[in-house]
Design a protein around this ligand. Structure first.
Ligand code: FAD
Length: 405
């Protein structure tokens, strides 16, 4: 009987293991993760889990489901080396594990920049897993003056800001660019979210970088540009990730900017697949190579890879989608807006609107704030590649169903 080993038991790895069983794989399935927690939903780490320390993690699958599907979980164990020739993995517990098929679902890790004055033991954090979140919660529980500085005004930074406000902390968000969310959305949305956070009492510092960090009575004194300095009990970096692709790289697989896979999640080694945040893959809709960080991509690639491994070559062509919750707002995004030349704002109310992005007249993406209908219709139009009349899109008296020419 053959064995399929999956490195990484998070959204991609767990979805893959169950999909592979469903596709009819009779052999062994081993899921390995260095994280000791039973696999859990990761997006709430910066949202509901953080602000509610009493609640547990919400699990991707109940423990019995792994037993029922005969999926062997090895948690708290790291894969340290891979030998592709002998098809064997060395594990941190000293064991060697052989595989017939191997799947990289190794995701990414949060990046902490090295800054002047950093010392071990300082209250400096990143947030990628449940352990990171517990360390942050513990620090919040300890500190007395309760002021958090967040470096990075992307999704994780802003979600952290909203959660910290809910937890009663004073919060400052520092962003190097001149606007928040600059990597992922249009200036209109950036300015909306900036105002929203300011209205909730968050100090938003734009065009600012950390220069140096020093210990202070309560925690940290953080020097920023313009000779200013900020006192904080804790500092959390939300400044991006590094792909966990070292194992693949060490054995000569192409992993520049992500582990390279084809439309069926296969690497150049016919026994090895890769899925989720760790992959660089081709997206037929946008006609370019992408590395996405989203649950949707992890889950959809897992299904594609499981089918491919079982000889059903369905090409991965899912439309990217994403969401973010901040305060009472739900942002839903479908498609990728990068490269747009024209955007249309459709306003339904003060806190409900959508932005529709076009390139050469073709719809690229929709960002919807508190308007699920815009997200649903945007998804439909993108999937069907419908040509839209952007004037109709911007006119709130015209129904979503009537945007086509
Ligand atoms: P990961 O979740 O990164 O999992 C990879 C796993 O591999 C890890 O558990 C790691 O421990 C393990 N691993 C790596 N190397 C080894 C090794 N050598 N040995 C053993 N184990 C190893 N996405 C959304 O779509 N919507 C959101 O709102 C959203 N919010 C987020 C909020 C936060 C705070 C974070 C951190 C992420 C958020 N994301 C969100 C992104 C989403 O969580 C990721 O896209 C998703 O987790 C990717 O799944 P993955 O399985 O590819 O990788």
């Amino acid at each position: 009987n053959q064995t399929c080993v999956v490195i990484g038991a998070s959204h991609a790895g767990v979805s893959f293991a169950f999909a592979l069983r469903k596709e009819g794989w009779q052999g062994g399935i081993v899921l390995i993760d260095q994280d000791p927690d039973l696999p859990y939903h990761r997006p709430p780490l910066s949202k509901s889990y953080l602000a509610n320390p009493g609640n547990g993690l919400s699990l991707l699958k109940a423990q019995e489901s792994y037993e029922k599907e005969q999926i062997q979980l090895k948690l708290g164990i790291k894969v340290t080396t891979l030998d592709r020739e002998s098809k064997a993995l060395r594990l941190s517990d000293g064991n060697v594990l052989s595989y017939d098929k191997l799947v990289f679902a190794t995701g990414a890790r949060a990046w902490m920049p090295q800054l002047n004055g950093m010392e071990p033991g300082m209250p400096l954090f990143t947030l990628r897993n449940a352990g990171d979140m517990r360390r942050i919660q513990q620090r919040v529980g300890q500190s007395t003056s309760k002021r958090a500085l967040i470096v990075g005004g992307g999704f994780i930074g802003l979600e952290l800001a909203a959660s910290f406000r809910k937890m009663g902390l004073a919060v400052a968000v520092m962003e190097r660019e001149e606007r928040v969310l600059s990597r992922v959305t249009a200036p209109e949305l950036s300015s909306y979210f900036e105002k929203l956070h300011r209205s909730q009492g968050v100090e938003v510092l734009l065009g600012q970088e950390v220069k140096a960090i020093r210990p202070s009575k309560n925690g940290l004194q953080v020097s920023i540009m313009d000779n200013l300095s900020i006192e904080a009990d804790l500092l959390v970096f939300g400044v991006g990730i590094r792909v966990n692709s070292e194992l693949a790289e060490q054995t000569g697989l192409d992993a520049t900017g992500g582990i390279a896979v084809d439309g069926q999640c296969r690497t150049a080694d016919k026994h090895i697949y890769a899925i989720g945040d760790c992959t660089l893959h081709y997206n037929p809709y946008y006609e370019r190579h992408l590395r996405l960080e989203s649950v949707q991509n992890a889950v959809d690639q897992a299904k594609t890879a499981a089918a491919a491994l079982m000889g059903k070559p369905e090409v991965y062509d899912a439309l990217p989608w994403f969401w973010s919750d901040q305060y009472d707002l739900k942002l839903q995004m479908v498609g990728l807006s990068q490269g747009y030349d024209h955007s249309v704002l459709r306003r339904e109310g003060e806190h409900s609107f959508s932005l529709w992005y076009f390139k050469e007249g073709r719809l690229l993406a929709v960002d919807a704030v508190n308007v699920p209908k815009a997200y649903v219709w945007g998804t439909k139009y993108l999937k069907e590649r419908t040509a839209l009349d952007s004037e109709k899109v911007g006119d709130p008296t015209i129904d979503y169903s009537s945007f086509a020419f």
